[in-house]
Write a protein that binds this ligand. Structure first.
Ligand SMILES: *Cc1c(COP(=O)(O)O)cnc(C)c1O
Length: 345
């Protein structure tokens, strides 16, 4: 028996992608790094390509190589980490497009793969990846002479619309790129929601495609059902799970479900998460184990075959908040043991 069934609604995914593109009024790419945020890069990216997506973004050359095998020739595949030492053959052979982050990467690319496409990533204040203003000022004539296919940067605080950092980064990005005849991209999901000033020629939504905040209007994409392995009645005073993480004050009926922290139900959910039987809420009791969780089903009219952890009743962000984290971490933690089903597409 698998640790439950993870269903990915590819129609909802495609609708979210279309809606974000319509909101931007520009081309919408798709960020499918980390195995499409844990939901499966093959089915996700094929569904988006079939719907018309032409620009895909991943973190590393290895991810880009996997994606090229899934998509075949045609779509543009950008690599956020740029052109790293050792990546040259993959980039060249598979026509991948590195987003060059530094003078070293620019030199490496122009020497190793002259005449092949590249983009440029600028650092407008996040101090994580990309060329800083002074570096760009020194390199830009050289870079522009080679005809980059995209110039992009990334916002640090786009999920906080009131943050002054957004306008600051926008101004730095414009100062670094206004007047250049190269397509530009600044917005991920959060930036897409900040309005037209942030849209430029291409938006790069990731989490919003998968039904996560800050795109609150997005449709849910991930559904997770966990099977009940065993049910027992515990008496008042008995404990449940490791370290007596839950002690019953009254008699309780407890279901043990097949899925644990090795399946992405991070241990910080212990004692905090809710599961659902239809609309009925069931509390997770005590500690999350590696492969199992225990849930209070005392109030249910029958013993369920399974309970819902992700669905219409509860999305990734609600679950994430219970654990003190963000939807991105819940999604990308979902493990390999689930039976995966893809609907639509
Ligand atoms: C991950 C990432 C994105 C997508 O961000 P979301 O918040 O998931 O939409 C876009 N651009 C860059 C550079 C990223 O690292």
């Amino acid at each position: 028996m698998a640790s439950g069934t993870l269903t990915v609604d590819l129609d909802a995914l495609v609708q979210n992608w279309r809606a974000l593109g319509a909101l931007a009024g520009t081309e919408a790419g798709a960020v499918v790094k980390a195995d499409a945020y844990g939901l499966g890069v093959g089915p996700v990216s094929r569904a988006l390509a079939k719907a018309g997506a032409r620009s895909f973004f991943v973190a590393t050359a290895e991810e880009a190589a996997t994606l090229r095998r899934e998509l075949g020739d045609g779509p543009t595949i950008y690599i956020f980490s740029g052109h790293m030492a050792g990546d040259t053959d993959m980039i060249g052979d598979l026509s991948l497009v590195p987003l060059l982050n530094s003078i070293d990467q620019l030199q490496r690319h122009l020497e190793a793969l002259p005449g092949t496409p590249f983009g440029v990533q600028l650092d407008t204040g996040m101090n994580r990846l990309g060329m800083e203003p002074a570096e760009w000022a020194a390199l830009r004539d050289l870079a522009l002479a080679q005809g980059p296919s995209l110039i992009m940067s990334h916002l640090s605080s786009a999920d906080e619309p009131q943050s002054a950092m957004n306008a600051l980064q926008l101004r730095v990005f414009k100062d670094m790129t206004d007047g250049l005849d190269v397509p530009r991209s600044l917005a991920a999901t959060g930036g897409t929601l900040l309005g037209p000033d942030y849209h430029f020629d291409l938006v790069r939504p990731g989490v919003g495609l998968y039904g996560g905040a800050p795109y609150k209007e997005g449709l849910p994409v991930a559904y997770l059902e966990l099977p009940v392995v065993q049910v027992r009645d515990v008496e008042a005073g008995e404990s449940v799970g490791y370290n007596m993480g839950y002690v019953a004050r009254q008699p309780r009926r407890v279901a043990t479900l097949s899925a644990g922290y090795a399946d992405g139900l991070i241990r910080a959910l212990s004692g905090k998460a809710k599961l659902y039987y239809g609309q009925r809420e069931c509390a997770l009791l005590g500690r999350v184990s590696m492969d199992l969780i225990t849930v209070d089903i005392t109030h249910l009219p029958e013993v369920p075959a399974s309970l819902t952890l992700l669905g219409r009743q509860q999305g990734v962000d609600t679950l994430a908040t219970a654990a003190g984290t963000i939807g991105y971490e819940i999604l990308t933690s979902l493990g390999a043991r689930y039976t995966r089903r893809y609907s639509g597409g």
